[in-house]
Structure formats: C-alpha cells, structure tokens
Design a protein around this ligand. Structure first.
Ligand code: UDP
Length: 160
C-alpha cells in the first residue's frame, strides 16, 4: 500500500518538472526542489541529463515549425537539465502556478519565473500543462524503473 490515506483520491497525480540549462547554471536546482518539496509534494523521480536532440524534438513536437523552435532546442540542448517527477493532489495545475506564466514578465512575484526570470527564452523551468502532457513527458524522460513508488510518511500532515 503506497498511501496511508483512504479518502484522498487524486493524491497520486504526477507531473514532469524540469530545471532548464539556465536554471542549472544559475544555481536554482535546489530552489526548485525546495519549493515543491516544502509545499508537500512527493518527489518520485530525479536525474540530471544533457538531453539529446531527438529527445527534445519529441518533447517539443507541438512547437515544430514555430519561429522559436530552433532557438528553443538550442537553448534546452545547450547543457544539462534536471528532470523530475512530482506527485500529489492537483500537482499539474498547482505546479504550473508555482512556475508562473511562460513569459516571466507576466509572472507574479512568488512564482519561480516571476522571481528569477526576465525573458521567455530563458524561463528557467518547465512543467507539464495537462494530464495527457504529464503522462507523455514522464514516459519520454523516465523509464518505469527510474520512478520510485514510496510512502510519504508525512502525508497525513499534508492531507486531511
Ligand atoms: N518559448 C520561447 N518563445 C516563445 C514561446 C515559447 O522561447 O515565444 C519557449 C519557452 O522556453 C517556453 C517553451 O518555449 O517555456 C515552450 O512553450 P510553451 O508555450 O509550451 O510554454 P510553457 O508550457 O513552457 O509555459
């Protein structure tokens, strides 16, 4: 049994979060981890990877042909990223709120992009924007055996 809670449907929702190369270079890996961890979400997968071109083509397939596509792939492929999977109630939607808007200039202070970013092309962090995207991205970046199913013993203090 992976949860002590019987009444918390949805607490096993998962999202894919990635610290982009600028976030790594700027020393924000710990900050991103800290915010999700301290919020109460459960970290179930984590790795540093210098993403190969084919992986990024797959990840960003919806943007192929757009004018920012080539610079985007060059940017994300320019260095290692830190890929992670977080689990918890509404983590996809709440995770996106914690990131802020795509354009840091439109992100509220208190969000990662609103606190640390200035331009869209260097917006520090990625987060899945829907259930289907989360599923697709988690499967793309992680093998099943790289995702840990563990009991979060604090969950009874996080959920009611
Ligand atoms: N991007 C960009 N210029 C744009 C739009 C997007 O450089 O005009 C980059 C930016 O890094 C963004 C990523 O492409 O995070 C994916 O865009 P999307 O619209 O999916 O935004 P996200 O879901 O990342 O907020």
């Amino acid at each position: 049994k992976l949860s002590v809670l019987n009444n918390m449907a949805g607490a096993s929702e998962r999202t894919f979060i990635m610290v982009k190369p600028d976030g790594v270079q700027r020393g924000l890996v710990g900050e991103v981890l800290r915010r999700f961890e301290q919020r109460g979400y459960k970290l179930v997968a984590l790795k540093m990877i210098h993403p190969p071109r084919a992986l990024l083509e797959s990840h960003y397939e919806e943007h192929k042909g757009k004018k920012f596509y080539d610079p985007l792939l060059a940017y994300i492929g320019s260095g290692p990223v830190v890929a992670m999977v977080w689990e918890g109630l509404n983590v996809i939607t709440v995770g996106r709120k914690m990131l802020g808007a795509t354009d840091p200039a439109k992100s509220d202070p208190g969000t990662l992009r609103g606190d640390y970013g200035i331009v869209t092309g260097r917006n520090i962090v990625h987060g899945s924007d829907s259930e289907s995207a989360a599923k697709r991205e988690i499967n793309l970046w992680f093998r099943p055996d790289e995702v840990s199913n563990w009991v979060h013993t604090a969950e009874r203090w996080i959920y009611e």
